[in-house]
Design a protein around this ligand. Structure first.
Ligand SMILES: NC(=O)c1ccc[n+]([C@@H]2O[C@H](COP(=O)([O-])OP(=O)(O)OC[C@H]3O[C@@H](n4cnc5c(N)ncnc54)[C@H](O)[C@@H]3O)[C@@H](O)[C@H]2O)c1
Length: 310
């Protein structure tokens, strides 16, 4: 089966590519390597170093055989960047997605699976854990752009019968997440601690997030090959963990001695968010398998074994 993964050189995308290849799929990857890395690329995948905004994207669709499934993960993922430059964020996340979607109409895949966000679209929540029916009021441009594509998917389904599944992801963590990026507090903390540097905590550290191990996200994507047509699913643990708590857990695993430094909270970030994934449990029989402690241990052990990622 022929499958396309955009963002397949990135953190989540590369794990998904590995799993799809393991299951026997012929995988093509589109990635402009803006945050993704060549070392993440599975050598068995066909790689197109391309921007999703590029008119050349059509060459990926030129072969006679259509893609059965398209997993769309390529995105500008930095919340702060989106606040500073909402135009660029919208170009990549909205126009790039539309470029891809328009190509799907010529050789329609069985389904288009989209990695949206649950952490950045509900705003400061009215209730917790937030479910899919929670009102949408993003407080950063990234949340607006990621959510906008959900509307296009619904529209393309109505107009052109393109099937979709949307996953609203919480804070995903695990091996290969960039410890030098702006997003991904788990890998950033691990990177600093393993290098003996002091991690920063923005704000008081009591902000709550829902941490989900990357393999659990991949598992949900794999289920979407068979189930979940034209549905939106939150993925998450249903539990909030504070940044302070996370720091302590990692400090214990790594044996780090220093205290963190605190600095001012960052614009565009919510204070508390964690997600109810009851719908995914009910309809997809999906639930997280990796407990936070276990996932953190696995992630630390990855970065110790592959220091080139630090
Ligand atoms: N990691 C999380 O906690 C999280 C949470 C919610 C949603 N998501 C979504 O999951 C997806 C994957 O996120 P990730 O954490 O793996 O991030 P990532 O930055 O590791 O992966 C994104 C990939 O997209 C590529 N890319 C960016 N702009 C591109 C463009 N214009 N053309 C082609 N490729 C481009 C990057 O090079 C990178 O490889 C994103 O869509 C993101 O919005 C992630």
């Amino acid at each position: 089966m022929k499958v396309l993964v955009t963002g397949g050189a990135g953190f989540i995308g590369s794990h998904l590519v590995d799993r799809l290849i393991k299951e026997g799929c012929a995988v093509s990857v589109v990635d402009n390597l803006s945050s993704g890395k060549e070392i993440n690329l599975n050598p068995q995948a066909k790689f197109y170093k391309l921007d999703i905004l590029s008119p050349s994207l059509k060459k990926v669709f030129s072969s006679k055989k259509r893609f059965a499934y398209i997993f769309h993960l390529a995105a500008q993922i930095d919340v702060r960047k989106s606040v500073k430059n909402p135009g660029f964020d919208a170009e990549v996340n909205i126009l790039g997605s539309l470029n891809l979607l328009s190509l799907c109409l010529k050789k329609k895949p069985k389904k288009f699976i989209y990695a949206s966000t649950g952490g950045a679209i509900y705003g400061e929540p009215d209730y917790l854990p937030a479910d899919e029916n929670h009102p949408i009021h993003p407080n950063c441009a990234y949340g607006v752009s990621k959510h906008t594509v959900e509307h296009y998917l619904e529209l393309f389904h109505t107009l052109y019968h393109l099937k979709y599944t949307i996953f609203r992801l919480p804070n995903v963590y695990g091996p290969r997440q960039d410890p030098n990026g702006e997003a991904g507090v788990v890998s950033i903390f691990i990177g600093k601690m393993l290098k003996g540097k002091t991690p920063f905590i923005f704000g008081d550290g009591d902000q709550l997030r829902d941490y989900l191990y990357v393999d659990d996200v991949v598992a949900a994507n794999m289920i979407s090959l068979k189930k979940g047509d034209n549905r939106i699913y939150n993925l998450g643990s249903g539990r909030g963990t504070s940044v302070n708590e996370l720091f302590k857990k990692l400090r214990k695993i790594i044996g780090f001695k220093k205290e963190p430094e605190h600095s001012t909270p960052r614009l565009g970030e919510v204070y508390r968010i964690y997600l109810s994934a009851e719908r995914a449990k009910r309809e997809l029989s999906w639930q997280p398998k990796i407990e936070l402690e276990k996932g953190l241990e696995k992630t630390v052990s990855f970065f110790k074994s592959y220091p080139e990622y630090l």
